[in-house]
Design a protein around this ligand. Structure first.
Ligand SMILES: Cc1cc2nc3c(=O)[nH]c(=O)nc-3n(C[C@H](O)[C@H](O)[C@H](O)COP(=O)(O)OP(=O)(O)OC[C@H]3O[C@@H](n4cnc5c(N)ncnc54)[C@H](O)[C@@H]3O)c2cc1C
Length: 306
């Protein structure tokens, strides 16, 4: 037990949905949270929206001895902007992002992504940071944030560290976070000269992606791609930037035959699998179409057509 902070005895209440005992904490400050995480380390799990974690607990995929609900910590739910960056707090929900004019204007790909994530009930609970920390290869907020050069701000008893999102994911369900670390904020670069878009294909509307792609690009008025970043989801163990593809498509025209051919280089950068959602072959095929469509939408956005 952490000094001065009493766990709440949940087993004394009517919560029959989770089939094992755990201690439950509701810290009221970051300092209190860090004290709890330092004490329990890998025995503890942070609970934000719970839309991933509670499901995993119900089926005993994870069995934390200590559950730490961070929702009572004030000051973690915000979207702010300065000249170059957007900051998204750890308790900001997908619905907050969907309704945000700042996100729609400056991180359009992220806005596209949250609109097609889960149902409205899920989006009301789920957080952007929880989506990243869950580290699914299909995490829909990851490709948009990767093309906007996002970084995550992490706190622990050792202080603060800032991790580029590109270095954050290690594999399915695994990040570089230490067990006593908490992500407090995501910082992403605004679309300044260009624009961005996100495309996804899934089996039904409320489902994880079969494949997804986000593009940030600067495109001239005669459709030449002057600068581009591309990230994809569900086609590798982690969401990832596809830099070979970026190099190949730079200088080509949107919707040109050359661009169509150049997209095939992505096959050297991805390693899709066959699972319940799709075959690997279909993922390889469709991800190219998603990149193509995302580039077209970015161009339309730059021209002010959508
Ligand atoms: C019906 C349904 C549909 C869904 N559809 C989609 C979809 O279309 N696309 C998609 O990408 N996802 C989807 N999801 C998954 C889920 O909603 C998201 O991944 C969600 O954003 C997770 O956020 P959360 O706040 O609920 O996280 P939680 O479940 O609370 O936490 C997830 C993980 O992150 C850790 N964590 C949370 N916050 C922090 C923090 N601040 N610091 C460190 N670790 C932290 C937790 O310990 C846990 O391991 C869906 C889920 C459901 C139930």
């Amino acid at each position: 037990m952490v000094s001065g902070v009493k766990p709440i005895n949940l087993t004394a209440r009517n919560t029959h949905i989770i089939p094992f005992d755990f201690e439950y904490y509701e810290p009221r400050s970051i300092d209190e949270l860090i004290e709890i995480l330092s004490e329990f380390r890998d025995q503890a799990k942070i609970l934000a929206g719970g839309t991933d974690l509670i499901i995993k607990m119900k089926v005993r995929l994870v069995e934390p001895r200590v559950l730490v609900n961070i929702k009572k910590i004030p000051g973690l739910r915000y979207i702010t902007e300065d000249e170059d960056y957007i900051r998204i707090g750890a308790l900001t929900t997908l619905r907050d992002v969907e309704k945000s004019e700042i996100i729609r204007k400056h991180l359009p790909a992220l806005h596209d992504a949250v609109r097609v994530m889960g149902s409205i009930q899920v989006r009301n609970m789920a957080t952007v940071v929880g989506n990243l920390c869950n580290a699914s290869p299909a995490a829909d907020t990851a490709p948009p944030l990767l093309v906007h050069n996002a970084r995550v701000v992490v706190l622990s008893s050792r202080g603060e560290r800032v991790i580029p999102l590109e270095e954050f994911f290690k594999g399915p369900g695994v990040t570089v976070l230490e067990p006593d670390e908490v992500v407090v904020e995501v910082i992403a670069e605004k679309a300044t000269r260009g624009s961005s878009a996100f495309e996804k294909v899934s089996r039904v509307s409320v489902d994880l992606a079969i494949a997804s792609a986000a593009v940030y690009a600067e495109i001239s008025s005669d459709s030449v791609i002057e600068s581009v970043k591309v990230a994809v989801g569900s086609v590798a163990p982690t969401p990832l930037r596809v830099r070979l593809l970026e190099e190949r498509v730079k200088g080509l025209r949107v919707e040109s035959e050359e661009l169509k051919r150049a997209l095939y280089v992505i096959d050297r950068e991805i390693s899709p699998i066959t699972d319940v959602r799709s075959t690997a072959e279909y993922r390889r095929h469709v991800v190219k179409i998603l990149v193509w469509n995302a580039l077209k939408r970015v161009y339309k956005r730059i021209k002010g057509e959508v």
